[in-house]
Design a protein. Sequence first.
Length: 239
Amino acid sequence: MSILAQLPPPYIYSTRPSIVAVILSRRDLLRAKQLRLPPDFFELRLDALAPILDELEPLARSLNVPLIMTARHPREGGFKRLSATQRAALLQRFLDCAAYIDIELRSLEQLGSVLRQARRKKAGVIISFHDFNTTPSLATLRAKARAAAAAGADMFKVATRTHTRDELERLLEFFDQPSVDLPISAMGLGTFGRVARLELARRGSALVYASIGRSRVQGQVSIGRLRAALRAFNTRRER
């Protein structure tokens, strides 16, 4: 029996969470344009796309899907080791076509001006936290979520390492009882990353992230496989 089948029933159930397809490269952009069934959102990883910004700008406006703009901090998985000033400039350049911006909790002070500009432009704000080494304690995760809520987040996104069963169960427990009145998007990384992502989707994660092509993140699934898994969940639910 798989670990997924052994997990307890969810406290929360979402019939179809919003799917976010991640764009990291020129190839991803071309594939995004060719998708027959687009996702609910595209996330443009501006830190990875920085070398092709002149191409990106017109293409971004032609995708016809709400966009999440992210310029990730290097310590939380960002590419190119961009400074706070460089990341702020990227986000500001694309604010006009952003449905949401994603700013790490650790970056709120440095990118506070971007957050304020996003508010003025009516863009939503996702405040995120990533831990590639472990899944922290419940107390730590709940404290991060409360800090995001206090900063005015519209959503808290959390991605943690799930290499062990204990880490997986801790992330699921946090999601079920986050102790904050805020939409949560949660996902796992590593050995049990795929299990975590699919189970969290079943439990009602606000956003579920998928790759367009081959994933660069251990545990992340392609948009096609994610949709197939969600259909299977719905089929079992309806029986």
